[in-house]
Design a protein around this ligand. Structure first.
Ligand code: FAD
Ligand code: DHB
Length: 399
């Protein structure tokens, strides 16, 4: 079997890439180890940057997103019970974010790929890569077992590893050729979904006496909320009563604001870390999305970065197939990394600003207070937060 681009992983990076390539008449095969049903049901991110919304709209995937997603024109920082609204639209010249769940984006992408006859292989196993450094005369090969267990060889011009943090594509690269920089945080997030109407029209990022809490939403009947927890916690450590008591305490305001409560039907613990693996190209293998970089979720950047990698790579592959020119393939990694490191900086800053660090000394706590105070007094500080949160414009030097 052969194709032009073999894509490993049917997450946001893999599916956006495959769909963009299809729009340019470039063939791809997507290999995914999970079932289609599992992909459609996995609860993860929720915030789409303005540039992500614009891209999905331009790709013809905006119908459900614009009907069911919620446009948020600002957000609230609640520190010690006092609110400070960050006006995205006013501070960024009209840009905003869309709250629309990642699995809804994936459903739209899967439906679009399948409607146009996209070659997506679910439930594959034992994926291995060889020949990634080969020249065009002898192309790389991806071997895998299909859903029935049969061994398959797929020869491709290029392989793109969109297989997330636990993927296999990186293992095809000589470890000496990979530079990994990372940081772990001394806490995690417990995420819940509950059946209750939104507590607020906008997201609330709160820092209470004993930690962080976040009020987000999914629809007029379902709320998404997160709270800072110990990194080793499991959902079983958090009874519903303990969750509501913690959220009430961290979100309390001086005028008695309370979150809307309702039956909790999903609980997960999310690890917090930052990681970048460079370079993002190894011969005929490219890495994209979480396979190459991870951010802590506080800035809501991971999904958006995965999609912007896919967009850059689609453009580079299109140039190659149209003109035989590898320039954009050569600059894919360095260009993507400028945006990735900006997002790392922002996500780390948001995380440091809004969490209680168990090992923080008095000096670190005073710095945190000074940063929070600056945000309540300076329009420039709020503009920096707003323009990073809604996503930097897709224009040089970011694109
Ligand atoms: P993934 O979504 O991880 O997709 C990789 C795919 O590859 C998976 O389907 C996997 O099954 C498949 N795969 C793995 N190994 C193999 C293999 N060996 N063979 C074949 N297939 C394989 N980001 C935001 O932008 N905004 C947010 O609000 C936000 N909130 C988040 C909240 C939570 C609770 C979590 C967990 C994450 C959040 N993120 C957020 C991050 C975001 O979900 C990820 O960054 C995003 O999913 C990355 O997309 P990806 O396509 O790179 O990887
Ligand atoms: C959501 C997730 C985030 O990481 C974030 O910063 C804001 C909202 C969400 O899932 O709704």
């Amino acid at each position: 079997m052969r194709t032009q681009v073999a894509i490993i992983g049917a997450g946001p990076a893999g599916l956006v890439l495959s769909q963009l390539l299809d729009g340019q008449g470039i063939e791809s095969v997507v290999l995914e180890c999970r079932s289609q049903e599992a992909i459609r049901a996995t609860i993860r991110a929720g915030v789409l940057e303005q540039g992500t919304v614009d891209l999905l709209t331009d790709m013809g995937l905006g119908k459900r997103m614009h009907n069911e997603g919620l446009r948020h024109e600002g957000t609230v920082l609640r520190v010690g019970g006092v609110d400070r609204r960050i006006d995205f639209v006013g501070l960024t010249g009209g840009r905003a974010v869309m709250v629309y769940a990642q699995h809804e984006v994936l459903k739209d992408l899967l439906d679009a790929r399948l409607a146009t006859g996209g070659d997506l292989r679910f439930n594959v196993s034992d994926v291995t890569l060889s020949g990634i450094t080969s020249d065009m005369a002898s192309r790389p090969v991806v071997r895998f077992r299909d859903a029935s267990g049969a061994a398959v060889s797929l020869r491709a011009d290029f392989v793109v590893g969109c297989d997330g943090t636990q993927g296999v594509s990186r293992s095809a690269v000589d470890p000496q050729a990979l530079q990994t920089v990372e940081r772990h945080y001394p806490f995690g997030w417990l995420g819940i979904l509950c059946k209750a109407p939104p507590s607020s029209d906008e997201l609330i990022y709160a820092l209470g006496a004993d930690g962080f809490a976040l009020v987000s939403t999914r629809s007029c009947e379902v709320q998404r909320m997160y709270l800072q927890c110990d990194p080793g916690d499991t959902p079983d450590d958090w009874s519903d009563d303990r969750i509501w008591a913690t959220l009430r305490a961290r979100l309390a305001t001086h005028d008695g604001w309370q979150p809307n409560e309702g039956p909790i039907f999903d609980k997960t613990v999310v690890g917090m870390r930052s990681r970048v693996i460079e370079p993002m190209r190894h011969g005929r293998l490219f890495l994209a999305g979480d396979a190459a970089h991870v951010v802590p979720p506080t800035g809501a950047k991971g999904l958006n970065l995965a999609i912007s990698d896919a967009r850059l790579l689609a453009r580079a592959l299109t140039r190659f197939y149209r003109d035989g020119n590898e320039d954009l393939l050569d600059t894919y990694g360095p260009t993507a990394l400028r945006r990735i490191w900006r997002a790392q900086r922002f996500s780390t800053w948001m995380t440091t600003l809004l969490h209680r660090f168990p090992d923080a000394d008095a000096y670190a706590r005073k710095l945190q207070d000074a940063d929070l105070d600056y945000l309540t007094r300076s329009r420039a500080a709020c503009t920096t937060l707003a323009e990073n949160y809604v996503g930097l414009p897709v224009a040089p030097p970011w694109d």
